[in-house]
Design a protein around this ligand. Sequence first.
Ligand code: AMP
Length: 435
Amino acid sequence: MNKKVKFQTPTGMHDILPEDQFLYEKIWALVDDVAKFYGFGKIMTPIVEDAALYERGTGGTTDIVEKQMYTLKTKGDDVLALRPEFTPGIVRSYIQHGMIALPQPIKLYTYGPLFRYEHPQAGRFRQFHQVDFEVFGEQSAALDAQIIQIFYIILKELKFSHLIIEVNSIGDNQCRPYYKKMLSNYLRPRQTSLCADCRRRFRENPLRTLDCKEEKCQRIRSQAPQFIDHLCEECKNHFKALLEFLDETDLPYHLDPYLVRGLDYYTKTVFEIFSEKTMEQTKEKGEVLQRNALVGGGRYDGLVRLLGGKDVPASGAAAGVERIVGLLREMQLVPKSEPTAEIFLAQLGDLSKKKSLKLLEDFRKAKIQVAESLGRDSLRTQLARADKLKVAYTLILGQKEVLDGTIVIRKMDTGEQDTVKLANVVEEVKKRIKK
Ligand code: AMP
């Protein structure tokens, strides 16, 4: 009887409390700003889509679809999935709304929550946020470079200093089958030395083994044939052009010949952006570099067609917002929290409480931040709070002032007090705080 129930957030999910909102809001505002400058239009797609959209788009043999997708059956027997990534939903929308008929390129961006049934650990959640940029209708590597540049700019604006961009090309339908065959031939005699997951990946899609983080698989990978040595002429030229664009923009990039990314739809360019920091380790080990993946993306020239549209080249990427927020905090790059109040409004008695509600709204309209303790009655408590908030002025609205139609403005550092007309108080405050 009466057993206490204790509800918690589901595993791997978290609340974003008021004190953390400003960080997210800062990121959204910055992203909106950069997107606007570079001509990207904001799009919002549903949090759930037809599960088949991801099975087909993201790929049935990817970890995301195979292991991490939250699927649900509705009362009407539709099989939907909580979106594990943005791209397929945005491609669906591009096709559904006939955006191909508009002048290309179509540049879209979005941000919001995604869901993946992962093993929760530091920086890895089951509900997390991404910022996502996509460009449709352009073949040119210039657009791939621009997407990379945009994410780099966003991270730089947030004051990240040690960023590194890893790029690679994974070819297209012309050259990839050949590379896959070469990789299979290399892996076949080494199969038994791979981890259990990679033995399965080898059968389903040998490229996936290149993604594995297990040490023994990485050792095998280090001798594997490299994509860039086996690209067709078109992909080779595209990759060369990308590197030239990156050189031109002075972005710090490396070529990672084994970067494939875990999704099926990529063609040609793939890339990731990492934040690097050195961890002071024991003397024997010296300094160890810790890398955090913040952004991942690439070109996906076949996806629009695969999802029922025409042959439209496209490119895009996404950044993990929780990772960014976590690192900002860790590196103490957290910007100043919410705007602090300049004014405190103290009230005494019921009548002045009532007047205070309207007065606060007058200050909001004038864009002057006012703090208050409407629930408190004692002037001493209210002034103590004003002191704590370090406001420059406190307004005191007592019974007498309400009846006279006046209000007291107290300068907190000197204790000087003026009485002014209640109707003019916003103007009087403006004069004092020089707004
Ligand atoms: P992806 O969509 O897997 O290419 O990931 C792009 C970025 O999203 C990564 O570099 C991470 O910063 C972030 N990310 C991916 N999965 C998670 C997760 N489960 N929890 C938090 N952030 C994630």
